[in-house]
Design a protein around this ligand. Structure first.
Ligand code: ADP
Length: 338
């Protein structure tokens, strides 16, 4: 029985009736331990082991990915924040759409297994099974997308132990027909835990985008994420500051609700580009709660323009770096500061 079917119990029928040909998950919880992926027609990660040298943070040894990359996927970019609630999922989705609008082939993998948001943000349909072992990703605005909430529904808690969550992540990487992609964006969970470690071990990440809000409370946690990415040998591509300022209807003035300049200070401290300063805008919340991205609903808003610009900066820099004979991200590099 496939892993997708084995983990089904955790999700039951919370997402409603299952349309014909779509993936279901019905086996009893804990009915078996996760098995390593068997031969499947999905994308392969070359050289990936099932266990490996996880190292505790602070140790000198670096975790080097054993994988050679997901077949057909040219760049894997993690979007991480350290802290939850700073807009990481919103930014992942909108960045993905901004890249897609530039003519690139893009996918989003929601790795926030315990707090998945991408289904709520897109209302993307439950993925269809390609065969016993493999799923077709769902789609939103031309972006391929997968999230555990597509199976469970957004209101159901993901009650599973760490190894099970890690195995699910592995399946999302290797047993989803991602096809030919320029970018696979990974919406990371907050914190510096097992999923991040596992991901870095499973697949070589081209880089990570750091998301913060301006105040120190958020920046402290991003610094922890920075330390984690360094330990995991993941290059950092830049900082996105979210909820930077608020422009009120009546005065047109920028109000710095969460203080001013935290993102740019962090970027400077790290020697990274500040990719965007995204305004705090109630329409972002409204459109998100309706399952529509601001990139789609308000393409002329300052927020959308910031996503377009940061997508362009990331893509231009990676194209340049890879053209110059770089290894596609397997090593530290900094984007040029424009
Ligand atoms: P995270 O993934 O970091 O937990 P989310 O993307 O889920 O954060 O965003 C948390 C909340 O903040 C959501 O309600 C979202 O709509 C809202 N939000 C995100 N970015 C903005 C923004 N720029 N302006 C207003 N609200 C935002």
């Amino acid at each position: 029985m496939s892993f997708f079917k084995k983990v089904q119990t955790m999700f039951g029928s919370a997402a409603g009736s299952t349309p014909a040909g779509t993936a279901t998950m019905t086996a009893p919880m804990g009915s078996s331990s996760p098995s390593s992926s068997s031969a499947s027609p999905g994308p392969k990660i070359s050289g990936v082991g099932t266990s490996g040298p996880y190292v505790a943070m602070g140790q000198k040894e670096k975790i080097v990915p054993k994988g050679g990359g997901i077949e057909g996927v040219r760049n894997i970019i993690a979007v991480g924040s350290g802290k939850g609630g700073v807009g990481k999922s919103t930014i992942t989705l909108n960045l993905a759409i901004a890249l897609q609008r530039q003519g690139l082939k893009v996918g989003v993998l929601d790795a926030d297994i315990y707090g998945p948001s991408q289904q709520h943000l897109t209302r993307a349909a439950r993925p269809e099974m390609a065969d016993e072992e493999t799923l077709h990703p769902s789609q939103y605005e031309g972006v391929k997308i997968i999230s555990v909430a597509m199976f469970s529904g957004v209101n159901q808690a993901q009650v599973m132990r760490g190894p099970m969550a890690t195995q699910l992540l592995r399946q999302f990487l290797t047993q989803v027909t991602w096809g030919d992609l320029d970018y696979l964006l990974i919406d990371l969970p907050p914190g510096t835990g097992d999923i991040q470690l596992s991901l870095a071990q499973m697949a070589p990440l081209t880089g990570a985008v750091l998301v913060t809000t301006p105040q120190e409370m958020s920046i402290i946690d991003v610094r922890k994420a920075v330390s984690m990415f360094k330990t995991l040998n993941v290059p950092m591509l830049g900082v996105v500051e979210n909820m930077s300022y608020f422009v009120c209807d009546s005065c047109d003035k920028k109000h710095y609700i969460f203080k001013n300049g935290g993102g740019s200070r962090l970027a400077k401290e790290l020697g990274l580009p500040l990719l965007a300063e995204i305004p705090l805008d109630s329409r972002v919340v409204e459109t998100s709660d309706e399952g529509k991205a601001v990139m789609v609903q308000m393409p002329n808003s300052d927020a959308a323009k910031a996503f377009v610009q940061s997508a362009k900066t990331i893509n231009d820099a990676l194209v340049r770096q890879q053209k110059d004979g770089g290894d596609g991200g397997l090593g530290y590099f900094l984007l040029e500061w424009k």
